[in-house]
Design a protein around this ligand. Sequence first.
Ligand SMILES: CCCC(=O)SCCNC(=O)CCNC(=O)[C@H](O)C(C)(C)COP(=O)(O)OP(=O)(O)OC[C@H]1O[C@@H](n2cnc3c(N)ncnc32)[C@H](O)[C@@H]1OP(=O)(O)O
Ligand SMILES: Nc1ncnc2c1ncn2[C@@H]1O[C@H](COP(=O)(O)OP(=O)(O)OP(=O)(O)O)[C@@H](O)[C@H]1O
Ligand SMILES: O=C(O)CCC(=O)C(=O)O
Ligand SMILES: [Fe+2]
Ligand SMILES: [Mg+2]
Length: 334
Amino acid sequence: MARAAERLKLVLNHLDRPPFCFQASSTSSQHVGYPQPHSFRYTFDNDILSSEQRLAYEENGFIVIKGLVAEEDINRFREIFERICRREVKVPGLVVMRDVSIVKSEFIPEQKAVSKLQNFQEEPELFRYCSLPQILKYVECFTGSNIMAMHTMLINKPPDTGKKTSRHPMHQDLHYFAFRPSDRVVCAWTAMERINRQNGCLVVLPGSHRGTLKEHDYPEWGGDVNKMYHGIRDYDPNSPRVHVEMEKGDTVFFHPLLIHGSGMNKTQGFRKAISCHYASADCYYIDVTGTSQENIAEEVKGIAARRLGADTSVTFQDIWAIRGRLVQGNRTNL
Ligand SMILES: CCCC(=O)SCCNC(=O)CCNC(=O)[C@H](O)C(C)(C)COP(=O)(O)OP(=O)(O)OC[C@H]1O[C@@H](n2cnc3c(N)ncnc32)[C@H](O)[C@@H]1OP(=O)(O)O
Ligand SMILES: Nc1ncnc2c1ncn2[C@@H]1O[C@H](COP(=O)(O)OP(=O)(O)OP(=O)(O)O)[C@@H](O)[C@H]1O
Ligand SMILES: O=C(O)CCC(=O)C(=O)O
Ligand SMILES: [Fe+2]
Ligand SMILES: [Mg+2]
């Protein structure tokens, strides 16, 4: 392992900092000119990622593929989202979340009240996103060929009401997950419109995926914070960060230890993105008792108990096993 890391370092030293963004059309034919290391930690070679792209992910923990999802598909996701907001469609298991700043107000029309849909695995049109072949081709580079869709979201970041509650604190998604190993987990997050600093793009700390899972809790922002929006405890606001601005259809793939968040939405529009967290079906569940994840596990179990009735025998692992759906290969373990 140490020798593999040495070799990778040698290779990286030959390169300038790998770029973050790539065209959807770029293929492994662009290998030319880069030394081939003997082993990579975070990626597999399935002839989709070029060496340059693999090195970029190994070093930064994320990679943006431009133009990966067609406009027509995004428009279809948007239509079904609006129908769900109008309550024309009922979806089993779906969580419809409202921004904390408006949760107590009564007269807000539905589509302007929804800040996030979570767990849309039972809605065929939205779940189509998770099975798009061009997304799975990339996902396979990180997970291998048996692929589970574990967690689905459509984020509709509302215009900030002035209380800065539209921000998402800096966090690592692994904090929420009861499965490992983390290197076989990846998030695909697709911009459903142009997303920039004004409407609250993703903000990432490149290379932070090479660290460990940090302690998370509610940020002390001196106001309301959305339910379960935990942030890392020792966040240093001076860490070098990158604002990931994206066009409609661009897709970022990122590691679950990558520290990321998103800024305030200073526009009047609802900033939309759709995402899925994938894991290798060969991953295994872990018991988070006694770890830094115990706080989120307790919150999640509390909400599940309220929904399902007080069946306290449901574990954090069970909740993940119920949500997960096979999208490629065999359901070997998860
Ligand atoms: C990689 C993964 C990363 C992440 O997943 S990060 C973010 C994860 N966030 C979540 O998973 C949030 C999931 N949201 C939910 O489960 C629900 O929206 C939530 C918060 C339970 C509300 O469910 P509803 O069905 O709307 O229930 P309700 O209207 O009866 O409200 C129940 C109590 O919750 C409160 N609430 C609702 N939305 C909130 C919000 N955004 N922030 C803070 N508190 C909120 C609401 O005021 C109510 O409180 P109370 O019981 O009246 O004291
Ligand atoms: N003190 C803090 N603790 C944790 N996370 C923070 C803190 N301050 C900002 N963040 C997070 O940093 C990221 C960027 O937020 P911020 O509101 O600064 O947006 P921005 O995109 O830099 O916009 P602006 O141009 O207004 O600075 C978000 O994820 C935000 O939640
Ligand atoms: O603002 C966003 O879209 C990012 C949300 C996010 O990182 C999360 O829900 O885990
Ligand atoms: Fe996240
Ligand atoms: Mg800022």
